[in-house]
Design a protein around this ligand. Sequence first.
Ligand code: R5P
Length: 331
Amino acid sequence: MKLFSSSTSTNLAKKISHLLNLSLSSVDTHVFPDGERRVRISENVLGNHAFLVASTNSPVDENYMELFFLIDGLKRSGAEFVTAIIPYLGYQRQDHVFREGEAVSIQVIIKILEALGIDRFISIDMHTPRIADLFSLPVTHLSALPLFAEEIRVILEGGPQERPIGSPKIEEGSIAPSGRSRMTNSILVSPDMGGIARIKKLAELLGGMPYVALEKNRDLETGSLSGDAVREGRIDGEKIAFIVDDMISSGKTIDLAAKALKRIGIEKIYVYATHGVFSDTAPQLLQESPVELVCVTDTVAIAKEKHFEKLEIISVGDIIAKEIQQLATSK
Ligand code: R5P
C-alpha cells in the first residue's frame, strides 16, 4: 500500500505515516501564475492500494481541484485501489435543498469523486450520517467522539491541569469515584437539534451522562443565528457543561450556546468539535466567549495565526491509521 497526501493535509498524513511506519509517498504540485495547478504522482503505484489523505477545508475549491487531480493521477498511474480519506469534507452542510432552486452541492462533489473512480471513501464526523447514503461505493464514517469522551473524563477527574504530562489516561468506559460527583454536576450539550444523535452517542460512551440539546435557528438569507432555549432534555442545577459539535466555522453557534448556558447558571463550559474550520473572526470570538476551552482535532490544519489561548488540538491520526491498517490487511 502507499500513502499520499494533498498539500493541505500533510501534517496529519505525516502523523499517520509515522504511526503506520510507512513513508509518505511524494507528489509534485505546481501552481502556475494564473492559479491553475498541476499535480504529478512521482512514484510507482502500479497495482498498489493508494490511500490519499486530503481534507477539503478553505480554500475549499482549490483543495477540491487538487484532490480531483490527485485521484486522476493515481488512477492513470495504475493504482489498483484508491481510498479517498477526506477527514473534513467541504460542502457537507449543503446536503439537501433548503430553498427552491439551490444545488445540492455535496451530491455534486460525490458524483465527481465517483466518476473519478475512487473505490472507497473515508471521513470523520460528517455533518449527518445521511451523506454516507449518497455514495454508491463503500464508506467508512469514523468519529472523534471516543477522543472527546477521553478528554471529558480527564476533566471529570479533576481537570487537565491535574493530569501530569505523560500520566496514564483513564480506562475507557470508567470514571474514577472522585469523577462521579463531578459527573452529577455536569451535562453534555448539543448546541442544536441537528447534533442530538451525536450527543446521545457521547452520553453513552460516558456511561449515561445527562444531555440536552438547545434550540438554534439560522436565517437562510443572512446566516444569522438565534434561539437558545433547551429543546430536548433538562438542565437541573448542573454547573459544568460540555458543548459538543461537528464543526466550528464562524464560532457563532458555540458563542450563542455558551452565553445561553451562562444565563441559566452554568459556571464552566468546555467545547469539543471535530473540525476547527475557524473562518473569519472565529478565533477572536471563541477566545472572548465565556468558555474555558475549545478542543478540536487536526482534521483541518489550523494556521498558526488562527491559534488562540483557549484552543487545544488533539489528533485523529491514530483513528485513521488504525482504519487504514484494518483495510489493508482485510484486502
Ligand atoms: C450546524 O448545524 C453545524 O453542526 C455547526 O453547528 C455549524 O456549522 C457551526 O457553524 P458556526 O460556527 O458558523 O456557527
